[in-house]
Design a protein around this ligand. Structure first.
Ligand code: MG
Length: 295
């Protein structure tokens, strides 16, 4: 027993060479995952790193952050599930973000009123006007949103019915929210962790519950905001649960950081409440019946 403890301690000393402290080691572990040969044992837990020291690790991160496809996961492809038909009305304590009549609760990043196209009970992305943000700010919440991909099928992969629902968009920094992907994923293959209902480039949906283009669909999302310590490090990461058309597709998935098209996700400390964002990805995606409850 004593010999084992001694061996572990010696191993620990050797493995920590190059890392300033356990917190840093854990931080890199959280963003890289366990795919390397370099291991650290601490408090009974084993952390893996692909490099021998901090310099090699920095080189590794840089080298792997050069191409978008590095973070695409194609297999397995989520199984197709046909959802039911019902939609959900707002409960009495919900804050209504869109009731079908106006876009007063939404603005562009510069504070201008939302210029998206208001229809009869819904609104549609006006390509080129930019993303829109909720005027109110939120941390942990339950969000209901309905969306519709254009019935006229144009483009494929990521270019068909692309938008996104972002939580905690730190708009002063820019594009740093946590995205649940909106995409026409009905008979439209793309990388699994980029299809409808994915935590974009982080978690594939458990199944593909997409309806046909032109049909209204729902997301019911439970979002738990991340908590940062005074040094700006993550004390507890964000978690997300998503029902797509009533089907569970994200089950308390741990969010690894803000969304990145290129490179690995990472956290950047931000305020405890920030806007919800809807993405202008140049596709004519429509939205309706948006309500939210603070948690
Ligand atoms: Mg998107």
């Amino acid at each position: 027993m004593i010999l084992t403890t001694l061996l572990i301690l010696l191993n620990l000393q050797a493995d920590f060479k190059g890392f300033p402290d356990k917190e840093t080691a854990e931080y890199y572990s959280s963003i890289l995952g366990c795919d390397g040969s370099f291991s650290v044992i601490r408090d009974g837990e084993k952390f893996f790193f692909p490099c021998k020291n901090q310099d090699e690790l920095d080189d590794f991160i840089q080298a792997r952050e050069v191409e978008p496809k590095v973070t695409e996961i194609w297999d397995p492809e989520p199984e197709v599930v046909r959802p039911g038909n019902s939609f959900r009305d707002a409960p009495s304590d919900a804050i209504i973000l869109f009731d079908g009549t106006n876009l007063d609760n939404w603005v562009h990043k510069n504070g201008d009123p939302a210029k998206w196209d208001l229809g009869d009970g819904f609104f549609t992305v006006e390509p080129g006007t930019g993303d829109i943000l909720s005027r109110e700010v939120f941390g942990s919440c339950q969000l209901h949103v309905e969306f519709r991909s254009p019935s006229k099928i144009e483009g494929d992969g990521q270019d068909r019915g692309n938008s996104g629902v972002y939580f905690m968009e730190n708009y002063e920094v820019g594009d740093t929210g946590y995205e649940i992907q909106v995409l026409d994923s009905y008979d439209n293959r793309t990388y699994s962790n980029g299809q409808a209902g994915s935590v974009y480039k982080q978690h594939s949906p458990l199944v593909n519950a997409s309806k046909k283009p032109g049909e209204w669909q729902t997301y019911d999302i439970i979002f738990k905001a991340p908590v940062f310590n005074k040094n700006g490090r993550v004390e507890s990461p964000a978690y997300i649960t998503v029902f797509h058309n009533g089907v569970l597709i994200q089950n308390n998935s741990q969010i690894q950081g803000y969304v990145k098209y290129i490179g690995y996700p990472e956290y950047k400390a931000h305020p405890s409440k920030l806007p919800i964002k809807l993405q202008d990805h140049s596709n004519l995606v429509s939205f309706r019946n948006i309500w939210i409850r603070r948690l």
